[in-house]
Design a protein around this ligand. Structure first.
Ligand SMILES: *[C@@H]1O[C@H](CO)[C@@H](O)[C@H](O)[C@H]1NC(C)=O
Length: 320
């Protein structure tokens, strides 16, 4: 079995400092660094090169995290899905995955907490062996689902372009040296408006991800959906981030200002930014959990470069 880097890595080898110094997707609007697209990887795939899809895992064997059963000694069996962490892991792994250590620790220390980890490699995982190893390590914990990042530019990114990205992420399943198969897609810059063309666009790309066995589909409008469209968006996704704002707004907005409908609350996700160091993270996680929200994350910074809140959120969820 040949390693990915021996197939495609040479031309695209990238110093780790570059990988970990990524600018952030939010607030930049530029798509220049958000390309999971790797032309060499594509050519390997389309030429039917040495990578075989024979070992791609059939989706039938996939057990959703939310159905992880309690241990035999546990008598309290809850039918509700546990609330998960929705983690935008936009920083690179660094050498030996060192930059992701807080994430590995939180994941293994809280094995009953589902982690939906959004990864955003610059040009696909093939750019560095480092990324492949780090992703493989993340996936070695059964409570982790990896989601590939791509912005939809408010449903205006040309269809061919976004389909290509989805397909590239889907093709990771055919990489054989390591299991880097993704569980789903995170569609950033998602629309929230009651606009038929935009709703249709989101339905289509969600379907496209699922057709490639990436079955956990997240939309991130980052704001409340327009009421008239909420049901249609929620029906198309597994999670929708209706709140991706600062801590001060989480504190000041009412529940009705934050969320469109109670009907799909378990599909709601929340990301709170600029959380002060001394904020009561456990209390916010409890509130979100009491509202029935499906996934949460709080971070101390505004651009997802810091990872020191991950273990706090996971601990709070484990105790909620
Ligand atoms: C590879 O990863 C996918 C997605 O996480 C998982 O469903 C599958 O069971 C894994 N395959 C193997 C052989 O471990």
């Amino acid at each position: 079995m040949r390693g990915f880097s021996s197939l495609v890595g040479t031309a695209l080898a990238m110093p780790s400092t570059l990988v970990s110094a990524h600018p952030r997707p939010h607030g930049h609007g530029g798509s220049h660094w958000l390309r999971p697209y790797n032309s060499n990887w594509d050519s390997v795939q389309s030429s039917g090169g040495p990578v075989s899809s024979a070992t791609a895992t059939p989706s039938a064997s996939y057990i959703p995290l939310t159905s992880v059963a309690p241990t035999a000694s546990s008598s309290a069996v809850s039918s509700a899905s546990p609330v998960g962490v929705l983690l935008p892991l936009y920083t690179g792994p660094g050498e030996n995955g060192d930059a992701w250590k807080p994430v590995y620790n939180a994941i293994t220390s809280h094995s009953m907490v589902p982690f939906y980890v959004i990864i955003n490699p610059d040009s696909g995982p093939g750019t560095t062996e480092e990324y492949i190893q780090a992703i493989t390590k993340l996936k070695s914990s059964p409570n982790v689902q990896l989601l590939g990042y791509v912005p939809t530019t408010y449903a205006e990114k040309p269809n061919a372009e976004i389909e290509k990205v989805i397909s590239t992420y889907g093709n990771w399943a055919s990489y054989t040296a390591n299991n880097i198969t993704l569980s789903g897609m995170f569609f950033d810059e998602a629309p929230n408006t009651n606009d038929n063309a935009k709703i249709k666009y989101m339905q289509n790309i969600a379907q496209s991800a699922r057709s490639k066995n990436m079955n956990t589909v997240v939309f991130n409008p980052g704001a409340k959906l327009e009421d008239a469209a909420a049901a249609q968006y929620f029906e198309a996704a597994d999670f929708i981030v209706e709140f991706e704002k600062d801590y001060t707004e989480w504190q000041s907005e009412s529940t009705e200002e934050k969320f469109s409908t109670t009907q799909y609350r378990s599909k709601d996700a929340v990301i709170v930014k600029q959380t002060p160091e001394d904020a009561d993270i456990a209390a916010i996680v409890r509130d979100a959990s009491n509202l029935g929200i499906g996934a949460v994350y709080l971070t101390h910074d505004g651009d997802y470069m810091r990872l020191d809140s991950v273990s706090k959120v996971a601990l709070a969820l484990a105790q909620a």
